[in-house]
Design a protein around this ligand. Structure first.
Ligand code: SF4
Length: 734
C-alpha cells in the first residue's frame, strides 16, 4: 500500500478462534493492509503472522470467479443463475426419488452466523431433514458434550480476562504458541508483569513447551489417568472445597467400554447414574500418582506438582485446552475430567479460576454451537425436544411437523451414508473434507461413486472441489457482511469492504437463492441489500432469554464484539456466578442452571486405551496437527507467498534418537505405513517440534502430502469426534 489514503475498517480476524480484532486498510476497492485493532479487548492491537497477512488470501491468482459444472468429466463455466437452478432441481429430484434424508449439507466453523442460520432453517425447518453437520464436529464436538454432561449447557463460563487474574496456567495437550499465538502472548505478558507459572502438559515438545516454566510429557491417551491422579491427590490431601462441592455438585458415573465407532453399525447411549462421594473416592484408588506413573510415563513427583497448584487455596488456576483433549477417542471424558479438577477445588466461574476450552475456527462457537449446525441441534435447544421444535418452527414460520424429532448422521457417519448411497446429494461450504476426513480414501471413494451429486462452495480449487459436480465461487470474509463468534462467547460483526471477484457470492445468499427456487419464498423473505440485518434480527429471537441473549446489531457495529449473555445492556463475563451472571436465580453464590437441579456433575471416568495402539508391526504413535503459518488445510494461507515460503510443505517430525537409529537426517524422505496405506514425507529432526521417543508428528495443511490417507476414523462414542492424535504407524527411511 502507498499509505496515507487507506480507509481503515474493523473486522474480526478470519484465521482462528481467538477472534482478534483487526483493522483492514482499503485502497481503490482493494483490501491492502491489516493492523491489530487497539480497541479490541481480545488482542489489544496485536496480530500473528496469519492475521497480518490475511487480506492477501483474497487475491490468489487462481480464485474461483465463475460457477463450474462437470459435463462428461470436464468442468465447464456457467452462469450463477444456471448453477443455482441446477442445484435446486437436483435437490428436488433427489428428494422425490430417495426421500428428504437423501439430501445433506456439510458446513463449517468458518461459516458466518447468517450462513449457518439459513442452512439450518432451509434443511431442518423447510426441507425437514436433520442432515446438517459442520467440520466443527472434527474439532469441537468433545468440548460441547463435555460442557453438556458436566454443566447441561454449552460454552465456557469464563473469558480471556481470566488470563489477567490467574496465577498458574496448565495447558492440556495444547500448543498455544502456534495455534492461539496472540492469546499465548497474553500469558507471556502476564509472566513478565506478575511472574505467573505456565505448565505445558503434552505428548510432544513444542514451541509452547520451550516457552513454559515446566514441560511435562505424557504417553498418548494417558491424560485420562493423569487427570484422575490429580483428583486423587486433591481428595487425599484434603484440598477439596467441601462447601462448594456439597452445595453445587453431584457425582455420576456412565457406561464404559463403549468402543470406538470403527464399524458402521454401532449403538452408543451413555447411561448416567448417580454415585456417592465415597464411591468416587474409592474409584480413584486405582489412580494413585505411583500407579499412574507406570501407565503415563509421568513421574509421581510431576503429578503431585500439578495437583499441588490446583489444590493450593491461594493460587488461581486456568486450564486451557483445544485439540489434544478434544480429538481423543475419550474426548468427552477428558473434558469432564478437567472440569472435575476445577469443581472439586471450587476453582471455577471466578476471575482467574477457569477451565477454558479454546476453539480452533473463527465461528465454531458463534455458528456451529450457537446457531446449532449439528444434526441434533436447533438454535435454541435440540431436535429431540418437542418444545424446542415448536419454538424454532414458530420463528421459522414452518409447521412443527416439518422438524424431524431424531438426529440423523454425525460427520463421519454422514460420509459413510454417502458411501452407502443413503445420502445422494451433499452441499459442502467453507470446508475441505477431502483433506480433513480421517481414513480419507474410504470417504473419497464413497463420494465419487455413481449416483452422488456434490456441490462445493469455495474460493479456490481444492481436493474437495475435485469431487464436485457443481463448484460455486464464494465471497470471502470482508467481501461480504457477517458475524463470527469466538472462544469467549464474543460475537463480532464485519461489514462488506470490497467487492467479491467475478460472480462470487456469499454462502448465505447462495442458500437463500436455492431456498427460493425450492419454493420457500415465504420463509426466505430477506431482501438482498438488507438480508444480513434481517437474518440476524430473526436469529436473535431464538436466544431471547437471560441465559443466552445476543447483543443487537447496532451494538455489534459500534463495539469490538460483545459477549453473550448480553443482559440489560451489559455483557456477562463469568457465567454461573451470581455476582456476575443475571441468569443465576437460586439465591446462592453459584448456580449451574444448565442442569435441572442447578448442580454441576463430577464424573467418574476411567482410563481406557486408544482405539489402535503401537504393536510389533506398527511400532510408533502417529500424531497430526497444525503449524502457525497455515490455516487448517492451507487452501488460503498457501496462496499467501510469505507464508508459503515460510512453510512450503509438510514433513514428519521424528525423535532425534529414533532418527539416529534409522540414520535419518532432516530432509531425508521417510515412509510412513499404517493399516490404511502409505505416505512419504521429508524428515524434520530437532527443528520446530520434538516428539517423544517412538512417536511421530505430521501437520495436515499440505494437500500434496495427505496425512489423512493413513489416519484412523475412530471417534469418541459420545461426541463422535475423531481421534486424529493417535494411531499406530511404521516408520522407515524411504
Ligand atoms: Fe488471527 Fe488467530 Fe492470529 Fe489472532 S491469533 S491474528 S485470530 S490467526
Amino acid at each position: 500500500p502507498k499509505g496515507g489514503n487507506l480507509d481503515w475498517k474493523k473486522a474480526p480476524c478470519r484465521f482462528c478462534g481467538v477472534g482478534c480484532g483487526v483493522m483492514v486498510g482499503v485502497e481503490n476497492g482493494k483490501a491492502v493492509a491489516v493492523k491489530g485493532d487497539p480497541k479490541s479487548p481480545v488482542n489489544k492491537g496485536l496480530c500473528c503472522v496469519k492475521g497480518y497477512h490475511s487480506v492477501m488470501a483474497m487475491y490468489g491468482k487462481d480464485r474461483l470467479t465463475k460457477p463450474l459444472v462437470k459435463k462428461n468429466g470436464k468442468y465447464v463455466e456457467t452462469s450463477m443463475k444456471e448453477a443455482l437452478d441446477l442445484i435446486a432441481s437436483k435437490m428436488k429430484e433427489t428428494i422425490k426419488d430417495y426421500g428428504k434424508d437423501a439430501v445433506s449439507i456439510y458446513g463449517s466453523g468458518q461459516w458466518t452466523i447468517p450462513d449457518g442460520y439459513v442452512a439450518s432453517k432451509l434443511f431442518k425447518g423447510c426441507i425437514g431433514t436433520n442432515n446438517v453437520e459442520a467440520n466443527a464436529r472434527l474439532c469441537m464436538a468433545s468440548a460441547v458434550t463435555g460442557f453438556l454432561t458436566s454443566f447441561g449447557i454449552d460454552e465456557p463460563m469464563g473469558c480471556y480476562e481470566d488470563i489477567d487474574h490467574a496465577d498458574v496456567f496448565v495447558l492440556w495437550g495444547n500448543n498455544m504458541a502456534e495455534m492461539h499465538p496472540v492469546l499465548f502472548s497474553r500469558l507471556l505478558d502476564q509472566r513478565l508483569k506478575r511472574g505467573v507459572k505456565i505448565i505445558d502438559f503434552a505428548t510432544r515438545t513444542t514451541r509452547t513447551s520451550m516457552a513454559a516454566d515446566k514441560s511435562i510429557l505424557f504417553l498418548p491417551q494417558t491424560d485420562l489417568a493423569v487427570a484422575n491422579a490429580i483428583c486423587y491427590e486433591i481428595i487425599n490431601n484434603g484440598w477439596v472445597n467441601t462447601s462448594f462441592v456439597e452445595k453445587h455438585c453431584n457425582f455420576n458415573k456412565g457406561l464404559t467400554n463403549m468402543g470406538y465407532g470403527l464399524e458402521d453399525k454401532y449403538k452408543f447411549k451413555d447411561k448416567p447414574e448417580k454415585i456417592s462421594f465415597k464411591e468416587y473416592k474409592k474409584f480413584l484408588e486405582d489412580y494413585t500418582p505411583e500407579k499412574v506413573e507406570k501407565i503415563s510415563g509421568v513421574s509421581a513427583k510431576d503429578i503431585k506438582y500439578m495437583a499441588a497448584y490446583y489444590g493450593d487455596p491461594n493460587k488461581k488456576v486456568m486450564s486451557l485446552w483445544c485439540m489434544g483433549p478434544n480429538q481423543h477417542s475419550r474426548g468427552t471424558w477428558m473434558n469432564n475430567l478437567i472440569y472435575n479438577i476445577h469443581l472439586l477445588t471450587g476453582k471455577i466461574s471466578t476471575p482467574g479460576n477457569s477451565p477454558f476450552s479454546l476453539t480452533g475456527q473463527p465461528s465454531a462457537c458463534g455458528t456451529v454451537r450457537e446457531v446449532g449446525t449439528l444434526t441434533h441441534k436447533l438454535p435454541h435447544g435440540v431436535v429431540m425436544n418437542k418444545k424446542h421444535r415448536e419454538f424454532a418452527a414458530k420463528i421459522w414460520d414452518v409447521p412443527v411437523e416439518n422438524i424431524a424429532p431424531k438426529p440423523t448422521y454425525h460427520t463421519v457417519e454422514m460420509f459413510r451414508a454417502l458411501d452407502r448411497g443413503d445420502i445422494r446429494f451433499m452441499w459442502i461450504q467453507v470446508t475441505n473434507p477431502m483433506v480433513t476426513m480421517p481414513k480419507l480414501k474410504r470417504y473419497r471413494d464413497g463420494a465419487e461413486k455413481e449416483g452422488r451429486f456434490i456441490v462445493v462452495s469455495d474460493i479456490y480449487p481444492t481436493p474437495t472441489t475435485d469431487i464436485a459436480d457443481v463448484i460455486l465461487p464464494s465471497a470471502m470474509w470482508v467481501e461480504r457482511e457477517g458475524m463470527y463468534g469466538n472462544s469467549e462467547r464474543r460475537t463480532q460483526y464485519f461489514e462488506q469492504m470490497v467487492q467479491p471477484p467475478g460472480e462470487a457470492m456469499s454462502d448465505t445468499w447462495q442458500l437463500v437463492e436455492v431456498a427460493k427456487r425450492l419454493g420457500y419464498e415465504k420463509q426466505f423473505y430477506y431482501k438482498e441489500d438488507s438480508h444480513i440485518e434481517e437474518i440476524y434480527a430473526e436469529y436473535r429471537k431464538h436466544h431471547d432469554n437471560k441465559k443466552h441473549n445476543m447483543a443487537p446489531l447496532e451494538v455489534l457495529k459500534e463495539n469490538p464484539g460483545m459477549q453473550w449473555p448480553y443482559v440489560e445492556g451489559k455483557p456477562t463475563k463469568w457465567r454461573f456466578n451470581s455476582k456476575y451472571d443475571p441468569a443465576c436465580s437460586n439465591g446462592e453464590d453459584f448456580h449451574f442452571y444448565g442442569k435441572p437441579d442447578g448442580k454441576a456433575v463430577i464424573w467418574q471416568r476411567p482410563y481406557e486405551p486408544a482405539a489402535e495402539e503401537p504393536d510389533a508391526e506398527y511400532p510408533y504413535w502417529l500424531n497430526t496437527g497444525r503449524v502457525v503459518e497455515h490455516w487448517h488445510t492451507g487452501s488460503m494461507t498457501r496462496r499467501i507467498p510469505v507464508l508459503h515460503r515460510a512453510m512450503p510443505h509438510s514433513y514428519v517430525e521424528l525423535n532425534p534418537d529414533d532418527a539416529k537409529r534409522m540414520q535419518i537426517k532432516t530432509g531425508d524422505m521417510v515412509k510412513l505405513t499404517t493399516r490404511r496405506g502409505q505416505i512419504k514425507l521429508p524428515a524434520s529432526v530437532n527443528e520446530r517440534g520434538v516428539p517423544a521417543p517412538m512417536q511421530v508428528f505430521v501437520p495436515f495443511f499440505d494437500e500434496n502430502m495427505l496425512i489423512n490417507e493413513i489416519t484412523l476414523d475412530s471417534f469418541c462414542p459420545i461426541s463422535k469426534e475423531p481421534d486424529y492424535k493417535k494411531c499406530a504407524v511404521n516408520v522407515e527411511k524411504a
